[in-house]
Design a protein around this ligand. Structure first.
Ligand SMILES: Cc1cc2nc3c(=O)[nH]c(=O)nc-3n(C[C@H](O)[C@H](O)[C@H](O)COP(=O)(O)OP(=O)(O)OC[C@H]3O[C@@H](n4cnc5c(N)ncnc54)[C@H](O)[C@@H]3O)c2cc1C
Ligand code: SF4
Ligand code: SF4
Length: 466
């Protein structure tokens, strides 16, 4: 911290490459200012804090289970808190993936490993009451029935998932012939008579997704439709299967399954959002009317079964969990990562990570990949015995502080808060990133920043004016 740089390359020669004389003058200013500040630099000693080596995983779906197992493989303990009576989440309701993985058998294997692991404690039927602390040192209280328990941990992985949207569109819930893709999968796997008898099956894509209320794509439903369509054709190649779609988003290598569906004579008809298909029941079955843009006319289809590719809705509990952990959700209600490319599984709050459908709709294999990524990031903390805090942090002049709380409201890292016992604001140097927002917002001039205090900054300004 006894270092001050006149950054002539980045702040001068590159940005003023076409004004050499002015750039030389600016370089002199930068050097003078750096020297003026350097005379006030003081050695700073970054604080150290110990790290608890366990993790809290909120949500015991596929992402949460995968994260716990990956942590255990690296020797770290975890506490999975699952609000339902059993682990598995949405994955429990799948039977197979588009690529043919038997998901029931896969989940059984994963749960068996969870049960046998001495490093994983799973609390089912449990809710989080409160989470206190910060990176390396959290204490969480959970409630199971009337029983409250507490445990300590160093990091948090949020894997609270998402839900299938409830819809009443296209007679869903009002006609037994209208089911969701997930129901259809269940019926195919259970060899339901209605599926065996169905000579014509129609599917409608993007139900409840990519609309003004939910502008996002639910991502798994095109693949889900393709997997069910292929199964239906496998069972009875002669039956009619028609998919009404807006765009087919079988991304990556899943495109091969779309091609295969076309080869097997699955029919595809495109529709527009403002010209949706219409469905009615005519006593003998279902009748759909849809405008076919290739024929340039409305066509009528008879269906024994209508399967809706119903989209995802975010977990309504995300907001509450977000408040407890001080992490944000986006405009759609999913958790928001710190940076879409550079920190895709981190939150801006240190020590908190996310994975799975808590972040956005995802296929199961993507949830697994993201859970492993979150564990890799969490291990950058769990593998340490101590974390070194920033040296350039804010500090409060107690005699000036009026305990007004303005700094507390403005700090983006929740690193400063009024302590009523102390009668002034107190900085948590572990959380403080030295951004200086509190120093700028304090009207009493009571907060200052190590490495950028008033004395140093005023010396720079005076040197610039010389
Ligand atoms: C309708 C539907 C169809 C799908 N079809 C396919 C498919 O065909 N192929 C495919 O690969 N993928 C499919 N998926 C996606 C796949 O199911 C998920 O990617 C996968 O299950 C990973 O889920 P997750 O663990 O992130 O979330 P979830 O499965 O939602 O698990 C989250 C868990 O967290 C728990 N929880 C939530 N809030 C809290 C809280 N506050 N405290 C404690 N616990 C909490 C929930 O009870 C749940 O058990 C589908 C998903 C849906 C919804
Ligand atoms: S995955 Fe396909 S059906 Fe689902 S919302 Fe996206 S485009 Fe629509
Ligand atoms: S803004 Fe200033 S006066 Fe108000 S609580 Fe923070 S440090 Fe104290």
């Amino acid at each position: 911290y006894l270092f001050e740089m006149a950054n002539i390359r980045d702040q001068d020669s590159w940005v003023h490459m076409n004004e050499p004389d002015a750039a030389t003058e600016k370089a002199k200013d930068l050097v003078r200012m750096a020297i003026a500040k350097a005379q006030y630099l003081k050695p700073l000693k970054p604080g150290q804090l110990s790290v608890n080596h366990a993790a809290l995983i909120i949500g015991g779906g596929l992402a949460g289970i995968t994260a716990a197992l990956a942590l255990a493989d690296q020797g770290f303990a975890s506490h999975i808190v699952e609000k339902e009576g059993q682990l598995g989440g949405n994955y429990r309701k799948l039977h197979y993936t588009l690529e043919g993985l038997d998901t029931r058998e896969h989940l059984t294997r994963l749960l068996d490993r969870v049960r046998k692991s001495e490093l994983i404690t799973a609390y089912t039927g449990a809710e989080i009451v409160k989470i206190e602390g910060f990176i390396g040192n959290y204490k969480t209280t959970i409630r199971m029935k009337s029983d409250e328990r507490q445990f300590e941990h160093g990091v948090v992985i949020v894997a609270t998932g998402a839900y299938e949207l409830k819809t009443e569109e296209y007679l869903c819930g009002r006609n037994a012939g209208v089911v969701t893709q997930r129901d259809l999968e269940e019926m195919i796997a259970g060899e339901d008579e209605r599926v065996k008898r169905a000579g014509s099956v129609v599917m409608i894509q993007c139900v409840g997704s990519r609309s003004p209320e939910r502008p996002y794509c639910s991502r798994y439903c095109c693949s889900e439709a393709m997997k069910n369509a292929l199964k239906l054709k496998e069972m009875d190649p002669g039956r009619d299967v028609t998919i009404l779609y807006r765009d087919i988003r079988t991304f990556g290598l899943k495109e091969d399954f779309y091609k295969k569906a076309r080869e097997l004579n699955v029919k595809f008809i495109r529709y527009d959002e403002d010209r949706k298909p219409e469905v009615r029941a005519d006593g003998t079955g279902l009748v759909l009317e849809v405008f076919d843009p290739i024929l340039n006319e409305a066509v009528e289809l008879k269906a024994d079964l209508l399967a809706l590719s119903v989209g995802t809705m975010p977990n309504p509990g995300n907001e509450e969990i977000g408040k407890m952990l001080k992490v944000p959700t986006n405009q759609d209600g999913f958790f928001l990562e710190a940076h879409v490319k550079l920190r895709p599984v981190d939150f801006a709050t240190d020590g908190v990570f996310m994975c799975g459908m808590a972040h956005a709709p995802k296929l199961s294999e993507e949830a697994i990949t993201q859970a492993n990524a979150a564990v890799s990031r969490a291990c950058t903390i769990l593998t340490k015995d101590f974390i070194e805090a920033e040296g350039k942090t804010a500090y409060v002049n107690k005699s000036r502080c009026a305990a007004c709380g303005l700094c507390e409201v403005n700090c983006p890292f929740r690193a400063i808060a009024v302590d009523l016992n102390e009668g002034c604001a107190v900085v948590n140097t572990v959380l403080c990133k030295g951004c200086g927002v509190c120093t700028a917002s304090c009207r009493m001039n009571a907060v200052d920043l190590n490495g950028f205090n008033n004395e140093e900054v005023m010396a720079q300004i005076a040197a610039f004016a010389m």
